[in-house]
Design a protein around this ligand. Structure first.
Ligand SMILES: [Zn+2]
Length: 97
């Protein structure tokens, strides 16, 4: 179990508890995409300033990212993601019930 009470990371390099190694993040994302017709936006933490960044391209986990806050490049070795559910599909299912 991850500790949800950890809070935002400090400048010393600890990560959000939800971040996973790249391979695992990608594996989980592809399972979600297959099962729920959703889009995935990957997130990572800037290794320079600690800012949380989200990639603009859906379903794409780049190996490097440019920080929106400080502009420096980070290697993306761990990532989290945001799932966008297909709401149209969800509404359709609700009507059928
Ligand atoms: Zn930064």
């Amino acid at each position: 179990m991850s500790d949800q009470a950890t809070g935002p990371r400090g400048p010393t390099g600890e990560r959000y508890p939800s971040d996973l190694p790249r391979e695992e993040a990608m594996a989980r994302a592809s399972t979600l995409l297959r099962d729920k017709a959703s889009e995935i936006y990957f997130k990572y933490t800037c290794e320079h300033c600690g800012e949380r960044n989200t990639f603009n391209d859906p379903n794409t986990l780049w190996s490097e990212g440019e920080c929106y806050s400080c502009g420096k490049i980070s290697k993306v070795e761990r990532a989290g993601f945001m799932v966008v559910l297909d709401m149209k599909e969800a509404r359709k299912r609700k009507k059928e019930i």
